[in-house]
Design a binder for this molecule. Sequence first.
Ligand SMILES: *Cc1c(COP(=O)(O)O)cnc(C)c1O
Length: 405
Amino acid sequence: MIHNNEYLIKLSEKYGTPLYIYDSYKIYQQYKKMINAFKGINNFIINYACKANTNLNILKFFNTLGSGLDAVSIQEIEIGLMAGFPPKNIIYTPNCVSIQEIIKAVKLGVRINLDNLSILEQFGEYFPKYSVGIRINPHIMAGANLKTSVGHIDSKFGISFYQIPHVKRILKNTGIKIDGLHMHTGSDILNIQSFLEGAKILFKIALDFPKVNYIDLGSGFKVSYKKKDVKTDISMLSNKITHEFNNLCKNYKNNNCITLIIEPGKFLVSESGYFLVRVNVIKHTTSTVFAGVDSGFNHFIRPMFYDAYHHIDNISNPNGCSRFYTVVGYICESDTFGLNRKISEIHEGDILCIKNAGAYCYSMSSNYNSRYRPSEVMILNGKDFLIRKRETMKDLIKNIIEIPI
Ligand SMILES: *Cc1c(COP(=O)(O)O)cnc(C)c1O
């Protein structure tokens, strides 16, 4: 419904540019697709990894779908609670945070996955009666590139599965129990084999810990960014996982009462998002035709940070003849959205639509170059709602303390 150029143009006129738009129906479809893929598992839960898009309204929408939440900071937990998630539906999986922050999370009543033996030991001293999850590092190289691969042997994340004997010693010394096992190996994982290997490692470790209530396989499901792009084969993956998991449940002491959790971010929200920008200038150089737009890596950093490909359409002139353009931003950096792309002929003033703008776009934005962050709109039940105002100068200087100079 939303992918209709006239409708998007209308929204750009109503709210101005640059503008983020999220289609809640697409989020609903992705959520249902994942739930259906794992319907062979009795206790299956999706926890939305909210760092992908933390707008409070997006979180509230996930809560209405029945999703839980994956949080990586105390602030994400607090936003989750504001959105109405019961604490027990939030799992906090931090990395390199202080024990003080983890104590705050205990007080808020959420589930916790610890990923460090030193913290596990300190936690055991504070809360000997508590059950916690542990994040395992399965030593698997997965994901689109090294920046997003977080389960390999040199990664800062997780407790190595070779350190399980040390985990057991800490349990003995402190009295704490292991509530769950977690892994998350990276983003944009295409090879489901790497995902399965990690899962098998967790299923095997579970046999050693008789009080495990959940196994959390993290995420990293790839979506398509280009027209004919390959994506993670969810049904093949879920078939294999379902088989292995149900086998584990049969062999497990409590028989069938383990919950399987996955926690996608990108899979659930990436394709729901559209980023609309206006073309300020067309610039011909000796080698290139540039289309310079009213945004930059301050608003949308993935192409520059990860070399991510995001499809760009000229929605003001969708049926013109195609020409080659390099689409760049307006900040004083090399902020290239798309290099040498074939796009329907662009004129100054046209609106370009950048796709897959729902995940890791607004949530990674900044005020670099002292620019305002854009506004966000959500399409819900066929209506458009402004869900975040564009910033103003007030926002930019609100924490500045002027001293007499
Ligand atoms: C970021 C993150 C996710 C989500 O990853 P996606 O690639 O967006 O699906 C899940 N779990 C943890 C612990 C994360 O840090």
